[in-house]
Design a protein around this ligand. Sequence first.
Ligand SMILES: O=C(O)c1cc2cc(O)c(O)cc2[nH]1
Length: 511
Amino acid sequence: WSFPRECVTPEGLQSGQCCPSPTGVAGDECGSSTGRGQCVTIEADSRRHGPQYPYAGRDDRERWPLRFFNRTCRCNGNFTGYNCGRCRHGLTGPNCDQRISVVRRNIMQMSTAEKQAFVNALDQAKRTVHPDLVICTRRYQELFGPDGNTPQFENITIYNYFVWSHYYSVSKTYLGPGQTSFGGVDFSHEGPGFVTWHRFHLLQLERDMQDMLGNPTFALPYWNFAIGGSECDICTDDLLGARSTFDMSSISPNSVFSQWRVICESVDDYDTLGTICNSTESSPIRRNPAGNVARPMVQRLPEPKDVLDCLEINTFDTPPYYSTSSESFRNTIEGYSAPQGMYDPVIRSLHNLAHLFLNGTGGQTHLSPNDPIFVLLHTFTDAIFDEWLRRHQPGDTVYPDENAPIGHNRRFNMVPFWPPVTNAEMFVPAPENLGYSYEVQWPARTFTLSEIISVAVIAAVLVVVVVGIIIACAMRSHSYNSAEALEPLLAETYRRYSEEDRRLDKSQSVV
Ligand SMILES: O=C(O)c1cc2cc(O)c(O)cc2[nH]1
């Protein structure tokens, strides 16, 4: 877990309060003297969660973040941050009242200079210590260190914090020495919180990078991974790194990302010793797009039509709000269902398929953000989520209040973010509420050959029917007109014959 540096002193931790001042002035906690915010009691979700996690009190992440702190800053109006010292996303200026535009664009459509600037910014984030947050490297039980008075915290860089927070949210529950850690828990996947958790995760990286660059309009780009085929189009040296010619699973030495080293690799140690990933870097990134020969199904990227199909699913999520949900938009975009919504345990689609396609660091949940493709893969996933919100305009009640897996209920504070933020706060259209938008062209529906043939046959039948009706009408109208034209003649003939008949009748009666 990660908290502001100011709060992790022995006294701060013992008080349970983390309400720093943005000015550093004593008595100005949360900037209360200037109306920025105030220190309040934290509300944590206590509604029932799903049956997947059968324990209570065994995991520091339950009822986040109450194991560590019970008071935090609540910011007013346009202010935000752990001490209310920042502006909400999309706003800037001393009073946070100037609108700015944060537009996330397709990385393939950026200029050479823009691509280079983005790669440089990521590399800077990998090397820049996070200005505010520190990570804890021990569970709460061992938090105060061997002497009982040395909180076990470390500095971490901005990008590694992004990796670490994902690892912490997916890590297993440690049950004690000699016991197998419990893996049926995931605070950011396999539940409705998948879309909201990853949305905040990106937003935090984007804000940290904006601050690092001194540019409040900096926007993370996206990778449209729904292009089908088996080619990773962003795996080039001007973008996320080409394949090395020396090793199929490595990044080319011409890319700066070949120099990156991953964190959180010692997952067996964490699970058996009850330790937590720290900021120590180890191996290079591994990546072998489309190279998983054992699983041909993950050798191709999702198709454009898969995005269209999943956007048409009406229901946000369906019981049991898990990776087994059917006809659920969330489970479909996450990739445990067919793109049309049907749950099938062997299928991997959309987001999951894009991860598995990378076949390496980016395909393993505890490590995946170490590969910077993660950022671009998730901005596109978030763009689809935002488009679904725009098209379906779901009400407040659509996101489940209870019975979702632990961490995924509507009012749960997402683990391990600080200050606390609920899933509900991220379940809103981004442009109006979160200060960013996507520049994206959604694919238009195209038809398969069999659909084209069916439509052509139906159209031909319709044409024949319509032409037949027209001909029949024309013939009927023609014969009707002919009869009308003959009518005066017929009438005259009838009149003459009738008079003749009457005369004959008369003469016969005289005889
Ligand atoms: O096996 C999957 O479906 C799978 C792998 C993987 C990796 C990752 O980082 C994710 O965030 C999800 C995911 N799903």
